[in-house]
Design a protein around this ligand. Structure first.
Ligand code: SF4
Length: 279
C-alpha cells in the first residue's frame, strides 16, 4: 500500500489564473473617481498612469495575493463577525466611496489587513493613509464616528538593518501575537477640518478628471520629493513619469509640497490608549 503525493502545478496555475482574472476585473479603466484614487498618501499620477497605460503594470502574483488577503479578511470579518452592512457604495460630488462596513448609519468601520511586523500608529505613513481614507468616508457621509480596525497577520517583528542581500528583522520574545488592533476616530459635525478635507477631495478629484480627459499627466503632482527615493524606483511608470515631457506644472509642484492637514499642530489628538468614550 502506497500513498502518493506530488506537486500539482496544474491546479496552482488554474487557481492563479482565475484569481488574476478576478483581480483584473477590479482594475479601473473608466473615468469614475474613487476615494483611493485621490487620497494624498497614494500617488495620484500613478493612478492616472494605471488607468491610461494598464499594459505597463501587468498583474503580479504579489498584487493578486494582496488582493486575496484583503478580500478574504473583509469577507470573514463582515460575515462571521456579523457587524453591519458590508461595502455600501456611496457617491457624492462625483467621488465614489466604498466604506467596508456601516453600523446602523452611525459608525463607519474601515478594515485593514497587513503583513506589517510593526504595530502601526500615527507616526507611520501607512497608518496615516488608512486614517485619511476613513476621514474621507466620514466627510462624504457626514457621519461623526469611525473605527479603523487593523488585522496583523504576523507576530510583531522589528527591522534591524538592510544590505544588498535584503532586510534583517528579529522577533522580540515579548512581541505582540498576530491579531487585531482597532482605533476610534471622531470628527464632529461642523468641525472646520471637515470643510478642509472636502475641499481637498473635490480639488484632487477635479484635477484627476481633467488629467484623464486631456490625457495630460503634467497637471498632476508627483510624489513629494521626500517620498520619492523610497517609492518611485519601484514604480512601473517611473520612466514615463520622469520623462522630460511629463514634468509637473508649477501648480502641481506646489500641490506636491503642500503641508498636510494632519501635520498641522492641534488638528489631531492621538492617544495610544483604549478609549472608553469618544470624548
Ligand atoms: S514614479 Fe513616483 S511620482 Fe511618478 S507615478 Fe510613480 S510613484 Fe508617482
Amino acid at each position: 500500500m502506497t500513498i502518493t503525493i506530488r506537486r500539482n502545478k496544474e491546479f496552482t496555475d488554474l487557481l492563479d489564473a482565475n484569481l488574476k482574472l478576478r483581480y483584473e476585473g477590479r482594475r479601473r479603466i473608466d473615468e469614475k473617481v474613487h476615494v483611493s484614487d485621490i487620497i494624498p498618501t497614494t500617488c495620484i499620477r500613478k493612478q492616472f498612469y494605471s488607468r491610461r497605460y494598464p499594459e505597463m503594470d501587468p498583474i503580479s502574483s504579489d498584487s493578486v495575493h494582496h488582493f486575496v488577503r484583503g478580500e478574504a479578511s473583509e469577507f470573514v470579518i463582515t460575515n462571521l463577525a456579523n457587524i453591519g452592512i458590508a461595502q455600501p457604495e456611496i457617491e457624492i460630488d462625483g467621488i465614489i466611496a466604498h466604506p467596508d462596513v456601516m453600523l446602523s448609519d452611525e459608525v463607519i468601520v474601515e478594515l485593514k489587513d497587513t503583513l506589517s511586523g510593526k504595530r502601526l500608529d500615527i507616526t507611520d505613513e501607512r497608518f496615516r493613509s488608512y486614517l485619511r481614507q476613513l476621514l474621507y468616508y466620514l466627510v462624504i457621509t457626514g457621519i461623526e464616528k469611525g473605527i479603523l480596525s487593523i488585522r496583523y497577520n504576523s507576530k510583531e517583528f522589528r527591522w534591524i538593518r538592510s544590505d544588498s542581500e535584503g532586510d534583517y528583522y528579529f522577533k522580540p520574545r515579548n512581541g505582540k501575537e498576530p491579531g487585531i488592533e482597532s482605533w476610534s476616530v471622531y470628527i464632529p459635525k461642523g468641525d472646520i477640518s471637515r470643510e478642509i478635507l472636502k475641499n481637498e477631495m473635490v480639488r484632487r478629484k477635479n484635477l484627476f478628471l481633467k488629467a484623464l480627459r486631456q490625457n495630460d499627466a503634467s497637471i498632476l503632482p508627483k510624489l513629494a520629493e521626500s517620498k520619492r527615493s523610497s517609492k518611485c524606483p519601484w514604480c512601473k511608470f517611473y520612466n514615463k513619469c520622469m520623462d522630460k515631457y511629463n514634468e509637473e506644472t508649477d501648480e502641481a509642484k506646489e500641490m506636491a509640497n503642500e503641508i498636510d492637514l494632519l501635520d498641522i499642530s492641534g488638528v489631531l489628538d492621538f492617544r495610544p490608549i483604549e478609549p472608553s468614550t469618544y470624548s
